[in-house]
Design a protein around this ligand. Structure first.
Ligand SMILES: [Zn+2]
Ligand SMILES: [Zn+2]
Length: 155
């Protein structure tokens, strides 16, 4: 598949440009994180990586995730549910569903008015900002649907 090869080559270039040793293990971990927009925990990444690397340990996966995050090829975020990893390194905001706990990407808005207001109230030089949205996602809003967390029917 041509598209996949191009993506793999781009990934190699990214990692080499950052001087990161491209082990097969690390590449697979990164591929797993990038293949999902679910902002997985290390445990979820580990379960998926293990399908391809049966002898890998959770500690190894976690260590590699932290290294990849430190290198900026993925991002990590501290959440009440634990540390989550995000393969989307472009600037974006997040929507957290309070019913199922899933975190969705939301396109970031370059809202200059917000920055200007904060800057004028505080005297800070505001370079960037991030917005966190909370609510119920489409699946959880559907009447009769069951919460994947509580198993209860939604009203
Ligand atoms: Zn939901
Ligand atoms: Zn994200």
């Amino acid at each position: 598949m041509i598209t996949k090869n191009v993506a793999a080559l781009a990934l190699d270039a990214t990692l080499h440009a950052r001087g990161l040793r491209l082990t097969r293990q690390r590449r697979i971990i990164l591929e797993v994180v990038r293949a999902t927009d679910a902002h997985p925990t290390a445990a979820l990444v580990y379960r998926r990586v293990r399908r391809r690397l049966p002898r890998v340990s959770l500690a190894t996966v976690y260590r590699n995730l932290r290294t990849l995050a430190a290198e900026g090829v993925l991002t990590e975020r501290a959440d009440p549910s634990g540390v989550r990893f995000d393969g989307n390194t472009a600037s974006h905001d997040h929507f957290t569903c309070v019913a199922c706990g899933r975190i969705y990407d939301v396109p970031a808005r370059a809202d200059r008015a917000v920055r200007a207001r904060v800057a004028s109230r505080t005297g800070f030089e505001v370079l960037n900002h991030r917005t966190e949205f909370y609510g119920r996602c489409g699946a959880c809003r559907r009447p009769g649907g069951r919460s994947p967390v509580t198993g209860q029917r939604r009203k």
